[in-house]
Write a protein that binds this ligand. Structure first.
Ligand code: ZN
Ligand code: ZN
Length: 384
């Protein structure tokens, strides 16, 4: 009895440690895959010819200031008492694939799925921007910033949409998501990415023929749409060792009737005026408004800078993105939207603030509904 009990205890311990070990190995293996790959060989030779390539990686137009001290940021992480996440469930707009069968009546429909995941239906084409369906923006599934609302459309349904092209702004986890790319791999969609980012996609099994890597001001076509990779001021990397090995960009999506600008992640600099002169005006700008901080102002807009860039690119309607889904800074989770609305009102800029899952489409004007104030209950006459 005694030995039998000892045996069962030790086998339990053995099983537990085996499970733990398998879990860790699994996490490590999954982590390794989600890290992606660093450009090498012909890809590296090609990207080294880019004007944006410095001695050992891509560089911004302006020299970057020193990164903030890790310990100071860690201390703020521990002591910050801003409401960085909603207290109740968000009132998102659940969607199904059948709602996207009919093309938009006026040729343009923008659906925000949260953070920077956006579906742009424009002049007969369907473009998906920075799709992140994963639960966490992290190399592993068990730690890292977690989304605070479920995705309005399931990943299975996303993969059923007739997406003509997936457009990626840069390789950070909150823009290039391994599980989402694996799901989209099963479709026959194309991937349009800044220089070097194709190395990650190829490691994840996307055929090279489906990947196009663009330098700033390079362009390609999807149906009748011109897509131009435009400058941004940011950085890249998915591991401690691959900082700035791939390029970052904003994007101009130019149809015969409509034009949309997407900022990607960026600090404010003079390139937006040039983008406006060369490719504007735009019907809509999709501008990152969240994750700002004085210590990394160089690489992330404040809401006020996003609005200035909106004016620079000569866009009509402003749609805020890069907020409301993941907590990636220390400001309150609604502060980006509130600051955007306040400055936009003073500057008479028209802002649409869709809830996650909601579509906006000119000339429909849902304007500035503060959906974030009605947590925990979905509006009954919720808009499509
Ligand atoms: Zn980023
Ligand atoms: Zn980001």
């Amino acid at each position: 009895m005694q030995s039998s009990k000892r045996f069962s205890t030790s086998s339990l311990l053995f099983s537990l440690s085996t499970v733990t070990l398998l879990f860790l190995l699994g996490g490590f293996y999954a982590g390794c895959a989600s890290f992606g790959a660093t450009p090498e060989g012909a890809r590296l030779e090609r990207i080294q010819k880019s004007e944006q390539y410095g001695e050992d990686g891509f560089v911004n137009v302006h020299p970057a200031p020193e990164s903030p001290a890790f310990l100071a940021v860690a201390w703020e992480f521990l002591t910050n008492d801003e409401p960085i996440e909603p207290e109740k469930e968000l009132s998102i707009q659940k969607r199904s694939v059948s709602e996207f069968t009919e093309p938009p009546a006026d040729g343009l429909r923008i659906t925000w799925f949260g953070h920077s995941s956006i579906l742009v239906e424009i002049d007969g084409s369907m473009i998906l921007i920075d799709p992140v369906w994963g639960d966490r923006v992290s190399p592993v599934s068990f730690m890292g910033p977690q989304r605070f609302h479920e995705n309005p459309l399931s990943l299975e349904e996303l993969a059923q949409l007739p997406i003509d092209a997936v457009v990626i702004s840069h390789d950070h986890y909150d823009h290039l998501d391994y599980p989402t790319i694996l799901a989209l791999k099963e479709t026959n969609t194309r991937f349009l990415v800044p220089l070097g980012v194709g190395a990650h996609l190829e490691r994840w099994g996307i055929e090279p023929s489906r990947i196009e890597e663009l330098d700033w001001w390079d362009e390609t076509r999807v149906g009748s749409i011109r897509l131009v990779a435009t400058p941004a001021q940011h950085f890249s990397g998915r591991t401690l060792g691959d900082r700035d090995k791939t390029l970052w960009s904003s994007w101009a999506i130019l149809g015969p009737k409509h034009r949309v600008f997407y900022s990607g992640d960026t600090g404010y600099f003079e390139a937006f005026k040039e983008i406006g002169e060369r490719l504007g005006p735009f019907d809509v700008s999709l501008m990152a408004i969240g994750a700002y901080d004085d210590r990394w102002a160089f690489v992330h807009f404040t809401p006020e800078e996003a609005l200035q860039a909106h004016k620079d690119v000569r866009a009509k309607k402003f749609v805020p993105v890069h907020w409301g889904t993941f907590n990636l800074a220390f400001h309150g989770w609604t502060e980006p939207a509130e600051r955007t609305l306040e400055t936009a009102r003073k500057d008479s800029i028209e802002v649409w603030t869709p809830r996650p899952g909601q579509s906006v489409s000119p000339p429909m004007d849902i304007a500035t509904s503060r959906w974030w104030e009605t947590l925990g209950k979905l509006a009954e006459n919720s808009e499509p």
